[in-house]
Design a protein around this ligand. Structure first.
Ligand SMILES: O=C(O)CCC(=O)C(=O)O
Ligand SMILES: [Fe+2]
Length: 658
């Protein structure tokens, strides 16, 4: 479902590209007559035809922003491969880590990037240099783990720290982690940073695109978790739960502690987990955060933010577990008990009962007793608190029952039978925009959400829907969500995407007419003007950005994470470049399809927008507008996501035929 994973976009910036639509007909003969793509007949052009990562030397910390390192190291040091073939979610996380300046699309990068030489200083590819350095608190100074990237940078430091400091803390932590969590306990095995796989997010790539390397953690289902102990949320009372934490500046800016030994950095996560960490985990018993489950004393996950069994969520937690120093000066729980060292944290136990056994080293009996006690405790918790946990288990769509009311408790912001002239609700802006370059006359100062049925007529919507139907009929996802991006040509096909323009070449004119495209351009122009008017900004300071795409959703089960459109997400986090999102609905809720309502997820309640042909919903893209789409229950839902950025560098052109 990620429009970013456009199969083969033309290199170069969309703004400078002489021709937006690539037509390399020689190598890809166009089929005639125009027929739907089938897997046997189409010739995909996926840069994602991932070559195996080129082994490079470990990237040194000195050279890379740790955030970025995190992302890159997650692909085992294969910088060039990582960046080049980065699936959309990885790019998003790089962008997130770097905050800005990271190319928005892999195609803008040189296709063959230099290897990182074994010993010499690595010569990283373009994006690395574009990342501003962000100070990360040193391990020694910080007793709290500052989230995944911090922890990962611990892992990075291990070999050096180990050599230098012998039995240093980092080395112990690393050994312990390996022994318990990654199943690679064999003596002498090379230190291996945890593979982080970005979560699905609303538009994550298929998991199989990021193959796990080596034995991964043996994951236990979330149901073995237990409700969180009181979190130390760095949040002021009364602050909205999405209002962010008050914590140290820098990457830990939004850091929120789930316990005294585990903090997360919402601004550093990747993929779906980043949505999870993005405030939700951090919400102390409010909103979706109420569904938070702790896998260990210091490690919580949000089952409502993606599959609770998602290893990515888990791994992040593992990385979070970090022991505080021992000794008299060591920090203590409120109870007065000292923080346990990592070896006695329950995280690893939960992480891998099996692998922990395999790689076990002799332990002192106290540790064993402690473990037994913890296990017993968990058993009791499972029995006694069974109902609580059960009631919070994710439902089929990944949303724990009770956490997000399905019906009844929600407020309807826009009913499908209403014909709304203009409805607008102003809400305070989140801080998301502060971490991006601001553009006068565009970057939101006034935030909110609006719905209007007065910009696009139902007839226009119907015509647009027919364009979508025509295009999507040529392909279509195996799962319940298909996309068509007229700008890049990306079209869902089976479990992947193909480039419509490449495939059909000039034959594309048999599918679409210039009239179709003119209508599409006109419609987006009018939506842009309305957004500008409502938010009091200048329309000319807004740039259409990618992904802008048609979506077709039905009740077919998801076959890949692309199809999982229902995850709560924040567009600015998911897509990076978005400042204003708009949705033009092309079919009617309750007439053409059931389910599939758009839901703003606020702390106090959910607010739904019921799609209606010609209806435009628009909102600022930051976390003040966390949202999701309900699963479609029956029928087919068509919509267009039209997105705008204030950054001209992220602008894309309208599609033209010919
Ligand atoms: O189709 C919708 O209603 C919402 C889609 C969405 O949230 C998105 O494209 O980011
Ligand atoms: Fe969205």
């Amino acid at each position: 479902h990620p429009p970013q994973s456009h199969p083969s976009p033309a290199p170069g910036s969309a703004l400078t590209r002489p021709r937006l639509i690539p037509h390399p007909p020689q190598s890809h003969p166009s089929p005639a007559p125009v027929t739907p793509l089938t897997r046997s007949s189409h010739t995909p052009h996926p840069p994602q035809a991932h070559p195996s990562p080129t082994p490079g030397s470990p990237l040194t910390r000195r050279r890379f922003a740790p955030h970025l390192l995190q992302v890159l190291r997650a692909r085992r040091g294969a910088l060039q491969v990582q960046v080049h073939q980065a699936p959309p979610h990885a790019l998003a996380s790089i962008a997130l880590a770097c905050r800005r300046g990271v190319p928005a699309h892999p195609a803008r990068l040189p296709l063959s990037l230099p290897r990182c030489p074994g010993t010499a200083r690595p010569r990283p590819a373009v994006p690395v240099f574009r990342c501003p350095r962000v100070p990360v608190p040193s391990l020694r100074r910080s007793r709290l783990c500052a989230g995944s990237s911090h922890s990962l940078s611990v892992a990075e430091r291990v070999p050096q720290a180990g050599r230098r400091a012998g039995q240093g803390e980092a080395r112990r932590a690393h050994r312990s982690r390996r022994r318990r969590c990654d199943g690679s306990a064999a003596a002498g095995a090379a230190p291996r940073p945890r593979q982080r796989r970005a979560g699905p997010g609303p538009r994550g790539p298929p998991a199989q695109q990021v193959p796990a390397r080596g034995p991964g953690p043996h994951l236990l289902p979330l149901s073995r978790g237990r409700p969180c102990p009181g979190p130390v949320a760095l949040r002021l009372p009364g602050e909205p739960w999405w209002g962010g934490g008050r914590a140290a500046p820098g990457p830990g800016e939004n850091r929120v502690c789930l316990s005294r030994v585990c903090c997360v950095c919402p601004d550093q996560g990747a993929g779906g987990t980043r949505v999870c960490l993005y405030r939700v985990c951090c919400a102390p018993n409010q909103g979706p955060g109420g569904t938070r489950v702790c896998l260990s004393r210091g490690c919580c996950v949000c089952p409502d933010q993606g599959s609770g069994r998602d290893p990515r969520v888990f791994v992040l937690c593992v990385l979070c577990s970090k022991p505080g120093p021992r000794g008299p000066g060591a920090p203590r729980y409120r109870s007065g008990r000292a923080f346990p060292a990592l070896t006695s944290l329950t995280g690893p136990v939960l992480c891998s009962l099996r692998s922990a056994r395999k790689g076990r080293v002799p332990q002192d009996p106290r540790g064993r007793w402690l473990k037994a006690a913890i296990l017993l405790l968990l058993l009791f918790a499972a029995a006694g608190g069974g109902f609580v946990i059960w009631s919070r288990l994710p439902t089929q769509d990944g949303i724990p029952e009770g956490a997000i009311p399905e019906d009844g408790v929600t407020e309807v912001l826009a009913h499908h039978n209403d014909n709304l002239r203009d409805k607008f609700v102003e809400i305070p802006c989140s801080e998301d925009y502060d971490s991006h370059k601001r553009f006068a006359g565009c970057t939101p100062r006034k935030c909110g959400r609006g719905v209007t049925d007065a910009v696009i007529t139902r007839e226009e919507a119907e015509r647009i829907r027919r364009i979508a139907e025509r295009g999507l009929s040529l392909g279509g996802s195996d799962g319940g969500a298909s996309i068509l991006d007229l700008h890049s040509g990306a079209l869902s096909l089976g479990k992947h995407f193909v480039n419509l323009y490449r495939y059909f070449g000039d034959k594309i004119q048999d599918i679409f007419t210039e009239e179709d495209f003119a209508l599409y351009r006109d419609v987006r122009q009018r939506i842009q003007q309305r957004i500008a008017q409502v938010f009091g900004i200048s329309s000319s300071a807004m740039y259409l950005t990618k992904p802008t795409f048609f979506s077709r959703m039905n009740s077919t089960g998801a076959k890949t994470t692309h199809d999982e459109y229902w995850h709560p997400h924040v567009d600015k986090v998911t897509y990076g470049s978005f400042d204003y999102t708009s949705l033009l609905y092309l079919s009617d809720y309750s007439k053409d399809f059931g389910g599939g309502r758009f839901v703003f997820m606020d702390a106090d309640s959910n607010k739904t927008v019921e799609p209606r042909a010609g209806r435009v919903a628009f909102f600022t893209s930051g976390s003040e507008n966390l949202h999701r789409v309900e699963k479609v229950q029956w029928g087919t839902r068509f919509a267009v996501t039209i997105s705008f950025s204030c950054d001209p560098e992220h602008g894309i052109r309208d599609p033209f035929l010919g």
